[in-house]
Design a protein around this ligand. Structure first.
Ligand code: ADP
Length: 410
């Protein structure tokens, strides 16, 4: 069985065609700059086990409908295609950013579900509208295939009120839905399940801290398999220091910026989301480049890394306290999977909490799943590559097999 995964952004469509028997992507890619004069398409196909051939195209793609048609044409290309007929695609799984409080699990998309996703637009004005466009174009191109929505927020819906409620007037929660939702749920859930299988235990008996460090970054505290807290909030701006996002700041800073620097709300929004984080401190948002500068003793790169890791370490302490007992810490995503330096700084000095990283294992960790704690460490420290698309595909399969059309709407 083959499932197509779509992550539709405002001017891009990210996709993967997954073979569910092999648990492997047959093709994947990204259509970018939709609506511009020249769109950019990168497309990869599986040519041998774990070996992909990459192709790049430049051509105008006026809208998402044409973007998805192009993807289908590439998948069915007579020479380099991976399917011969679009009916081979049994289902389409959509990444949907914000499910609000309506969705705790994935659902088959009906008109009612689309209305619920629309109703959550005020909570994710940049993400839910292009997610809906992706759903509609996929429905028109694959009318025969069930379409499933998998929400980024769903995994965090088990967070108790004491952790999701802000100390604001309660009315703002009741009437305006102001609360912590959390994001990257698919990734946290995926690595948590992987951690359980590599520790040989049931997820239901494990307490974990999962640390997703990509361009965006977030952490989750998972107790007996259920998420009890997460660092992103009502929006993805809260929590850790990210590539260009500030993460936690004093909420009074925007007033200061407005009063004393005359910045508008829009300016402040751009500043906190696009000009802050690593980029704000040292001018660069890409961690690989920041690390290169760090190695050349660049002062600001050093400070940026210190601030970045200190914030993570504080959250490890906070989540350790929230969990009461910790079995494992999991590092994942671009930075978590690849930078031993960052992993090392985040765990430094936590021995009293039972967290002891093994310097050699950490430094020599290869691609794939690695244990990087010492044999004495009470807490396992794992590096686990995330695979959000595979989890979306598995969730899609589960939903279509159970045939639950409206389950999950609350
Ligand atoms: P996204 O959130 O876009 O999915 P990724 O998970 O791909 O992001 O992570 C992107 C981040 O990972 C970037 O900051 C990038 O510099 C960083 N990264 C990728 N490879 C490495 C590496 N080898 N060492 C350090 N950082 C890396």
């Amino acid at each position: 069985m083959k499932i197509l995964i779509i992550n539709s952004g405002s001017s891009s469509i990210k996709y993967q065609l997954i073979d569910m028997k092999k648990n492997e992507a047959l093709a994947s890619g990204l259509v970018e700059r939709i609506g511009e004069k020249q769109s950019h398409i990168s497309h990869k196909i599986l040519i041998a086990e774990k070996s992909y051939q990459k192709m790049v195209y430049q051509e105008p793609i006026p809208d998402h409908y044409q973007g998805l048609r192009k993807i289908v044409a590439l998948l069915m290309n007579p020479e380099k295609g991976v399917i011969t007929n679009k009916a081979e695609i049994s289902a389409v799984g959509h990444r949907v950013v914000h499910g609000g409080e309506n969705f705790q699990s994935p659902v088959i998309i009906t008109e009612q579900i689309k209305d619920a996703i629309k109703a959550n637009i005020p909570l994710a004005p940049l993400h839910n509208p292009p997610n809906l466009i992706g759903i509609e174009v996929a429905q028109s191109i694959f009318p025969q295939a069930p379409q499933v929505a998998v929400f980024d927020t769903a995994f965090h819906q088990t967070i108790p009120k004491k952790a999701f409620l802000y100390a604001l007037p309660y009315k703002l929660y009741k009437d305006e839905r102001v609360r912590r939702y959390g994001f990257h749920g698919t990734s946290h859930a995926y690595v948590a399940e992987k951690a359980a299988s590599c520790l040989g235990q049931s997820l239901k008996t494990l307490n974990l801290i999962t640390i997703h460090l990509g361009n965006g970054a977030s952490m989750a505290a998972i107790k007996n398999g259920q998420c009890i807290d997460t660092s992103m909030g009502m929006t993805p701006l809260e929590g850790l220091v990210m590539g260009t996002r500030s993460g936690d700041i004093d909420p009074a800073i925007p007033f200061y910026l407005a009063d004393y620097l005359g910045m508008s709300l829009q300016d402040i929004n751009t500043l906190l989301n696009k000009e802050s984080g690593l980029k704000g401190i040292c001018g660069i948002n890409d961690m690989r480049e920041v690390l290169k500068k760090y190695e050349k003793n660049d002062h600001l790169a050093k400070i940026a890394i210190e601030v970045y890791c200190y914030r993570i370490k504080k959250y490890i302490g906070a989540y350790w306290a929230a969990l009461g007992h910790l079995d494992a810490i999991v590092f994942t995503a671009g930075i978590g999977e690849n930078s031993h330096l960052i992993r090392g700084f985040c765990c430094e000095g936590l021995e009293e909490l039972g967290i002891e990283i093994d310097k050699v294992k950490n430094q020599t960790a290869q691609k794939g799943i690695c244990h990087i704690n010492t044999s004495k460490s009470k807490v396992s420290i794992l590096v686990i590559p995330t695979n959000e698309e595979l989890r979306i595909a598995r969730e899609t399969l589960k939903v279509i097999q159970s045939g639950s059309f409206e389950e999950g709407v609350h």
